[in-house]
Write a new protein. Structure first.
Length: 781
DNA sequence: GAGCACTGC
């Protein structure tokens, strides 16, 4: 399913996003879909008949009985099927029609998706097929937007994370008779966690049916997990080979592997794998003869060869980042000049997450006017977005991935080799509409050396919030007894998370959740953001901190033009920077973001208008989303009993605000050295201010800064930085004072309020502790 | 002098 907005399908995002992408076409698409959904007129019943015929024409329809039988007989059904075979839209409907969600039992069918937009467009499609209004029998729930009726909705599409949240109020998921985890092979943190908890739930509620749907062949790992069979990855070798073959012509046979387990009293057996036939075309795969030195250059070569030699059909190139995409497109554009007479032109289009709505729309217009389209994409085109008309794929074999390093506590963005599964997924993109061709810019032996599967998110991220959430769900021993899906996260990753929980005051020394920790787990925020919100209640400045958190949760509101950025005489670039200066607080990013937010919502200034953003070179969509996030966070505060506190502002007492920031971000402090570089207080690492920071080209008077996070690319960069003024420094104790903080409207008025902030009452815990305590579970210093 | 793959609560 596409993450991008596709004309003629659903509109993306929340109502706030909708403002950002609003267009007449989008509105009419929305109305069209609603018209299909309503069942009153005779034309719509004709529509519905043809939709029913379409449903029956899907290849999965032949498997209907088989699927229903499997779900009835087995507690866990792992479904392997190609993307586009209709499993996501059809299986919940088959279950509904077979009586799995009878109204009298008040239980429904829920299907989880990795992305919110999938939920919107799929539920819209399914409600049309069911001939009902979206939100009645078929509904969805995504962050910031719910569209269902607890009494009437029988099929619900939700994001993985949304269902995980539901566990907090309904630990046995008693509202559902069937839970389908879709796209489980992506191994997202929330989908893995859901599967882990569903296994526990099934022990208490064997009547619950679990469907795990996966496009590739992690099937055995998932099934073994549910069957308590060991899975060490040895079997995965075979899996990898299958992944490689996945792009080859699909077999027409459907295989069902039954696993005999003891039946419980309901005659329900434990699990089964079902393979569904996909609707794809053969893809011919070619490898590089020898390792390429410069894959961007090689991709240009490959595109050029394909363009000159191959029949019509679009080309999709996989590179790792925007910079490479620009370079590749530039090189191809240069080549176009030397295109032989009579050759068709190559229409070059970038595909990455930073595209404007207009650029996104162009991607789905596959009617290239006399020529061939060449889409140069990041990994977004691998799973998140399905592009039409692709017949040729060029794959560099690499991906940019975020990795968390528990030793330094920082995230890195690394360029790494992809997995075999990923390679199969990429080349499979060429076989969606007709037979295709994939050029892999690496050798066959390199391919064989690739890991069969991409490392699950849980194995490469900071698990602080995961640990917190699981603790609040009553999962106590995360290290020894907890059943992770293979492969499990390293103990180092887990101990790092436990430590951070302790440092943030979310756990006590026996790894018990503190009252603060419980609240942090309930808030839909990263722990450090949750901490910031909790502190804001203490410092009585939640009004401002809510805005800061909302702004930190969206992409940068400052629109800085892309091209010729380095040319100091470029007018657009300098005027964008000048625009930003209007909001810049010299203390740094947190207060600058607050300035932007306050100006945007101020009825006298920005009036939440698009025009204001245009005039001031701000991203309207980001700000609209921040407003929506802030509202939701305010709702959460109300739920925590802080309705009054949520409205309390610092009323010009910036000191409270600064104190609050330091009291939450004290972990992330750095000191500027003589050479202009910063050293982290925690680990003495060399750090740099991120180029997106308003402090990037400034040298503040004070030597100390605090920051939101560190991301390592070529250097270690601090993001979202605020200057703090140091007054004294003692061994192990770090006092900071703020000065010269301008609050609203960028007045940059010096404030003499000198305030001390503080560290937690105890020093940072030792770096190691026992992981197998005999008396207490978890953390022992 | 220089950057941000992609989701999600």
């Amino acid at each position: 399913m596409s993450t991008f907005w596709k004309p003629g399908t659903a509109q993306p995002g929340s109502s706030a996003d909708r403002i950002g992408t609003s267009s007449e076409e989008a509105e009419s698409a929305f109305q069209h879909a609603s018209a299909i959904s309503s069942s009153s007129s005779s034309s719509s019943s004709r529509e519905r008949r043809s939709l029913q015929e379409e449903r029956k024409a899907l290849p999965i329809y032949e498997q209907r009985e088989r699927i229903l039988y499997a779900v009835q007989r087995y507690g866990v059904v792992v479904i392997v099927g190609q993307t586009g075979c209709g499993k996501t839209t059809q299986i919940p409907q088959y279950l509904l029609e077979a009586g799995w969600a009878p109204t009298h039992r008040a239980q429904s069918i829920v299907c989880t998706q990795p992305r919110r937009l999938s939920c919107l467009s799929i539920s819209m499609r399914v409600s049309a097929e069911q001939g009902c209004i979206l939100g009645s029998q078929v509904g969805y729930a995504v962050p910031f937007e719910r569209h269902y009726d607890a009494r009437t909705t029988r099929i619900k599409y939700v994001t993985h994370g949304t269902l995980f949240r539901e566990l907090m109020s309904d630990p046995l998921l008693s509202a559902y008779s069937v839970v389908m985890i879709d796209e489980a092979h992506e191994r997202n943190a929330f989908s893995d966690l859901l599967l882990i908890l569903l296994k526990k739930i099934r022990r208490k509620r064997p009547s619950l049916r679990v469907i795990v749907s996966s496009a590739t062949i992690d099937a055995q790992a998932f099934l073994n997990f549910f069957l308590d069979k060991p899975y060490t990855g040895q079997e995965r070798q075979a899996g990898g080979a299958q992944a490689a073959a996945a792009a080859a012509p699909t077999t027409t046979t459907t295989t069902a592997t039954s696993t005999t387990q003891r039946s419980n009293n309901e005659e329900v057996e434990d699990g089964i794998i079902l393979s569904l036939q996909g609707r794809t075309f053969p893809v011919e795969i070619a490898y590089a003869q020898e390792a390429v030195e410069d894959y961007v250059k090689a991709s240009v070569e490959a595109v050029w060869q394909l363009h000159l030699a191959e029949a019509k059909g679009d080309i999709l190139v996989f590179l790792t980042g925007k910079e490479e995409i620009d370079a590749c497109m530039q090189a191809l554009a240069d080549r176009q000049i030397s295109l032989p007479q009579g050759s068709l032109p190559l229409h070059l289009l970038p595909v990455h997450a930073g595209l404007s709505t207009q650029e996104q729309m162009a991607l789905f217009d596959s009617t290239a006017r006399g020529g061939r389209r060449c889409l140069v994409a990041t990994n977004i085109a691998e799973a998140s977005v399905t592009l039409p008309g692709i017949r040729y794929v060029v794959d560099c074999g690499l991906v940019k991935m975020r990795l968390f390093d528990p030793e330094s506590g920082t995230d890195s963005l690394c360029i790494l080799p992809i997995s075999q599964a990923s390679a199969a997924q990429r080349s499979g993109r060429a076989g969606r509409t007709s037979a295709g061709k994939a050029l892999r810019l690496y050798t066959r032996s390199t391919f064989r050396s690739l890991a069969p599967h991409t490392s699950p998110e849980l194995c490469r991220s900071d698990l602080t919030s995961v640990v917190l959430q699981l603790k609040s769900l009553g999962v106590d021993d995360l290290v020894r007894k907890f059943e992770w899906i293979w492969p499990a996260p390293s103990t180092r990753l887990l101990s790092c998370a436990l430590q951070r929980c302790a440092v943030l005051g979310a756990m006590d020394e026996w790894a018990r959740l503190t009252p603060d920790g419980q609240k942090m787990a309930e808030l839909p925020l990263e722990p450090i953001m949750g901490k910031l919100l909790l502190q804001s209640v203490r410092f009585q400045c939640s009004k401002e901190i809510l805005s800061v958190i909302a702004m930190l949760s969206v992409s940068s509101p400052f629109v800085i033009p892309d091209e010729k950025r380095y040319a100091s005489n470029d007018a657009a670039y300098t005027s964008a920077l000048l625009s930003r200066d209007k909001f810049t607080a010299e203390e740094g990013d947190h207060l600058s973001l607050l300035n932007v937010y306050d100006a945007f919502v101020d009825p006298q200034v920005g009036a939440s208008s698009r025009g204001f953003c245009k005039r001031n070179k701000l991203a309207f969509a980001a700000l609209a989303r921040a407003v929506s996030i802030r509202q939701q966070l305010q709702g959460w505060m109300k739920r925590l009993g802080w309705e009054r506190e949520a409205r309390m502002g610092c009323e010009g007492d910036e000191g409270r605000l600064r104190k609050c920031l330091v009291s939450a971000l004290f972990e992330n402090a750095a000191r500027r050295m003589e050479d202009g570089e910063y050293r982290s207080i925690r680990a003495g690492q060399t750090l740099h201010i991120h180029p997106s920071s308003v402090l990037f080209d400034r040298i503040p008077k004070s030597k100390y800064v605090i920051f939101q996070e560190v991301v390592q690319t070529n250097k270690r960069y601090m993001r979202d930085v605020t200057v703090v003024e140091e007054v004294s420094e003692k061994k192990g104790v770090f006092f900071v004072f703020f000065a010269h903080i301008a609050l609203r409207k960028n007045q940059n008025k010096a404030s003499d309020a000198m305030l001390n902030a503080f560290l937690p009452p105890r020093p940072l815990p030792a770096t190691s502790f026992s992981l197998s305590p005999s008396t207490h579970k978890g953390l022992v210093t």
